[in-house]
Structures are given as structure tokens and as C-alpha cells.
Write a protein that binds this ligand. Structure first.
Ligand SMILES: CC(=O)N[C@H]1[C@@H](OP(=O)(O)OP(=O)(O)OC[C@H]2O[C@@H](n3ccc(=O)[nH]c3=O)[C@H](O)[C@@H]2O)O[C@H](CO)[C@@H](O)[C@@H]1O
Length: 356
């Protein structure tokens, strides 16, 4: 009789940055029986392929300080740990994989209390609080950036890079279905999976000079942009969200982006030079640490949002557009820090940990 498939619970929730690496891993484990652990009404309910049954729990983060609302959250946390333990026991799961965030706490505690192995993937250069707290309890912590290891001295760290969606690895799988003429320089602007209103404003002010220089602009604004549809130009394409990111980033001469780990990993795999503007309110300013890795490698220029004006952005972009050699150099340096086979490395680690 054939062996029953290994059962793995993937706890990944909230943003593209947490979900895409987990989906990429799942696709590398076709022989596993995978179920998902998420939160109701968050992005996972739209992004996770239906083949992975979705289990949901109510969980949220602690606020600063410890008051009545924190007590309520603590109560919910205990409730969600018990719920995850039930899911793990009833489903006979053999291991848990998580990409961190609020969902990771109950997932790690429940799994470890049942003696199950856990692989935790941390994609940021500065690991999140949840990773720093729970990392040492996990069987292995897979890192997106080597730079993260120094913040996790007691964890069993393995650097594997951050997995990208399969469209980034198979050039033929996605085509650019946007009207961009051949040969023109293309600038792509995106602000993580939810858009960045502050970047959108700066870009709209700066764009006329870029159009005059012959550039096209694809602007992914997110769906909460108050200025949506206010700029019209034949060289300007505005969309709230675009799916074929691999085709778009490969075609781009330059990207203007936040520095979430997912975006950076994709920029590296595509060799897209970038101007990075870290999200200033990200937890513990972790996007600045991510951006540092790229700036130090020579793959990007980084600007603090508080110091960046439309004039500075306009000039920096024009300078780069006028210097194809500089862009080519940045592109090479970006490719040099990519780990295109990250999903394979992570899948091997998960197999090693769960099947031993
Ligand atoms: C605001 C915030 O705290 N964001 C965090 C969040 O990621 P968040 O999801 O905000 O950002 P990431 O850069 O990690 O990922 C964005 C993803 O969305 C995709 N995309 C974006 C726009 C679009 O139109 N189409 C599209 O597919 C990008 O290609 C990328 O894959 O978790 C990451 C991983 O822990 C962190 O590094 C980020 O700092």
C-alpha cells in the first residue's frame, strides 16, 4: 500500500509579503496534503489557491502597553492556541510552516506543545518581534536575508532567500498585456501589495518631466488612492493592482518601490534597478533594513520618505534614465543578490524537518 501523504499546516496571513512565499512553497510540495491557517476576511481568502482547504482563527496583535484591551487579546490568543491544537490533532498534521505575523504565535505554540516540528520563514532583514520571540522554539528558521541571522542568535537559522511566485521563474508563463511600445524606457511604481498614497502623490508631481524624456509609467496605486484617475497622459497607465508582476518588472528600466521583502526579492530576481522609499511606519522601521541590503549591494538608491521631495525624485529618475550604463550595473548587482531557487531550498528544508 502506498504511504499516506504528509500533512502540513501552513500559517500565513494578511499581506502579499506573507502569502506569496508560502504559496510558492506549497507549490513545491505537490506530494503533501496541505491545509491553510488564516484569519477571516484577510487577503488569504482571495489569494490562496482553493486546493488548500482554509481553516480560520480570530487573532490580533498586542497594542503598546498592557491594558484591558490587551487582556482581551490575551484571552483570544489562548482561545486561538486551543483552536489550532484541535485543528492539528483532528487533521493528524505532521508539521507546521509559517511566514510570521500575528498568526504565527498560536501556530508555533500549538504545534510545539504537541511536539510537532515547525519551520518559520522570516523574509525581512530585521526579523519581526514574533520571529525573535518564537524563532528559538522552532525546529528551523529560514531566512530571506543573511543579515537577519545576527538578530536570531538562539534560533536554528538557515538562509534560503525568499520564494517568489512561479511566474517569476518561468519567463513564458506571463506576458505583459499593457500597451508599452518596444524600446521606450519603462518606469514601474508600486507600494507593496496595498499601494502607497505618499509615493503616489510624489510620482504624479514628478511624472511630466519623465514623460518629456520619453519614458512610460505604469503606476500601481493600490485601491485606496484618493487621487486615483487624476493624471491623464498617453504614456501613463494607472492600475490599482496588477497580477503579471514578473513580466512587468522584467520589462522595467527602473522601479520606484517600497522595500517590503517580497518586492525586493522580486526586483532582485528580475534584475530591476530601483529607487526605494521604505514605508516609514512599518514595524520597527524594518523596511529600512531591507533597503540597506540593496543599497549596500549597489542595486538600488534609497530615500527616506520624510526627506524626499518631488523635485529630488524627479531629478534622480531623470539622471538614471540618462545613464543606461548605471542602470545596467544596478541590474547586474540586483541579480547577484537574488536566490531564484529559494522555493526549492525552502521545500528541501521543510521535507528534512518534517520527515525526519
Ligand atoms: C507595510 C508592511 O509592513 N509591509 C510588510 C508586508 O509586506 P507587503 O505585502 O506590504 O509587501 P511586500 O513587498 O513584501 O510584497 C508585496 C507583494 O505584492 C505584489 N504586488 C504589488 C502590487 C501589485 O499591483 N501587484 C502585486 O502582485 C508584489 O509583487 C509583491 O509580491 O510583509 C513583508 C514580509 O514580512 C514585509 O517585508 C513588508 O514590510
Amino acid at each position: 500500500m502506498a504511504n499516506a501523504p504528509i500533512k502540513l499546516l501552513i500559517a500565513a496571513s494578511g499581506t502579499g509579503g506573507h502569502l506569496f512565499p508560502a504559496i510558492a512553497l506549497a507549490q513545491k510540495l505537490p506530494d503533501y496534503e496541505i491545509e491553510w491557517l488564516g484569519v477571516p476576511n484577510r487577503l488569504e481568502t482571495q489569494l490562496v489557491p482553493q486546493q488548500y482547504p482554509m481553516n480560520t482563527i480570530a487573532v490580533e496583535g498586542f497594542q503598546q502597553g498592557f491594558g484591558f484591551s490587551s487582556l482581551k487579546i490575551l484571552g483570544k490568543l489562548i482561545g486561538s492556541i486551543l483552536q489550532v491544537r484541535r485543528i492539528l490533532k483532528q487533521g493528524n498534521f505532521q508539521g507546521v510552516f509559517t511566514t510570521g505575523g500575528y498568526i504565527a504565535g498560536p501556530a508555533v505554540i500549538a504545534a510545539r506543545s504537541l511536539g510537532l516540528p515547525v519551520v518559520f520563514h522570516e523574509s525581512n532583514a530585521l526579523p519581526g518581534k514574533v520571529t525573535r520571540f518564537f524563532g528559538p522554539w522552532c525546529t528551523a528558521v529560514a531566512l530571506g536575508f543573511e543579515a537577519a541571522a545576527k538578530y536570531l542568535p538562539r534560533a536554528k537559522n538557515v538562509c534560503v532567500g525568499t520564494p517568489v511566485r512561479s511566474q517569476f521563474l518561468d519567463e513564458a508563463s506571463v506576458t505583459l498585456d499593457l500597451a508599452i511600445p518596444d524600446g521606450v524606457p519603462l518606469i514601474v511604481v508600486f507600494g507593496g501589495s496595498q499601494g502607497a498614497v505618499a509615493i503616489n502623490k510624489l510620482v504624479r508631481q514628478s511624472a511630466p518631466a519623465w514623460f518629456a524624456a520619453g519614458a512610460y509609467l505604469v503606476h500601481l496605486t493600490g485601491d485606496r488612492d484618493p487621487d486615483a484617475d487624476t493624471l491623464k497622459h498617453p504614456q501613463y497607465i494607472e492600475l490599482p493592482f496588477y497580477n503579471n508582476m514578473a513580466a512587468l518588472l522584467r520589462r522595467a528600466a527602473l522601479a520606484i518601490s517600497r522595500s517590503g521583502a517580497g518586492s525586493l526579492t522580486e526586483l532582485a530576481v528580475c534584475g530591476t534597478p530601483a529607487i526605494l522609499i521604505p514605508y516609514p511606519f512599518a514595524a520597527e522601521d524594518h523596511q529600512s533594513y531591507n533597503a540597506d541590503v540593496f543599497t549596500q549591494a549597489g542595486a538600488a538608491l534609497t530615500f527616506k520618505q520624510s526627506e524626499l521631495t518631488a523635485e529630488i525624485l524627479q531629478t534622480q529618475v531623470l539622471n538614471l534614465l540618462r545613464s543606461p550604463e548605471e542602470l545596467a550595473k544596478m541590474s547586474e548587482k540586483a541579480k547577484a543578490i537574488a536566490t531564484p531557487d529559494s522555493a526549492d531550498k525552502l521545500a528541501s528544508l521543510v521535507r528534512e524537518v518534517v520527515e525526519r
